[in-house]
Write a protein that binds this ligand. Structure first.
Ligand SMILES: [Zn+2]
Length: 205
């Protein structure tokens, strides 16, 4: 069974976690473009050194270059039974660049804005390793991460900044979701990780 799955959802929807769980269940790789970009740069490939130069000069990698990187990644044999793309394409321009393959299913994890705000508003980041956690009785701003770094609340995790990002997500992804209409499956993202995962698996084709 070939699974070429796109996983979409706002920040705080838990799609990264769900992508990992699906990857384990289906035994196919899951990746996001940020990770692919970091891997490409670390690999010292031709494309990687090009990206490294672009990022060093403060520019952004073009959607065409990013798509070319993805195309090369999808040519590797570990994707023979499919793959899970986490958060891509996230706008119309990326959708148009992603013209060399067609997913078999597009999952949209829906989380109401208040819920995303609540989740992201309690988010802490480690200053050293960049790990993300949430404020709880066990974890508070100023605590120490296992790596030795300090947990802190990022400036862009303020309610205003989060609201703005969620608005951009909704505006940018709406036309993408529309174009994949026949493949789209909406999944309720409210609940525990396992509850949401069961809903996803139930809808797998
Ligand atoms: Zn850390």
């Amino acid at each position: 069974m070939l699974h070429k799955i796109l996983l979409m959802g706002p920040q705080g929807s838990g799609k990264g976690t769900q992508a990992e769980k699906l990857s384990q269940k289906l035994k196919i790789p899951a990746f996001g473009m940020g990770q692919l970009l970091r891997d490409e740069i670390a690999s010292d490939s031709e494309l990687g050194s090009k990206f490294s130069g672009i990022l060093k000069s403060g520019e952004l990698v073009s959607d065409e270059d990013a798509a070319e990187m993805l195309k090369q990644r999808l040519a590797k044999p570990d994707t023979d039974n499919g793959y899970i793309l986490d958060g891509y394409p996230r706008n119309l321009s990326q959708y148009q660049a992603f013209n060399f393959d067609r997913p078999t299913q597009v999952f949209v994890i829906d989380v109401p804005r208040e819920e995303s705000l609540r989740r992201l508003g309690g988010r802490l980041t480690c200053r050293e390793c960049g790990k993300v956690g949430s404020i709880s009785t066990e974890l508070q701003p100023g605590d120490t991460c296992p790596c030795g770094g300090e947990w802190y609340q990022r400036e862009d995790d303020t309610p205003e900044a989060i609201s703005r990002r969620l608005e951009i997500y909704e505006k940018d992804t709406a036309p993408v979701i529309e174009r994949y209409e026949d493949l789209v499956c909406h999944v309720n993202g409210v609940g525990t990780i396992d509850e949401v995962f069961v809903r996803l698996v139930d809808q797998l084709k």
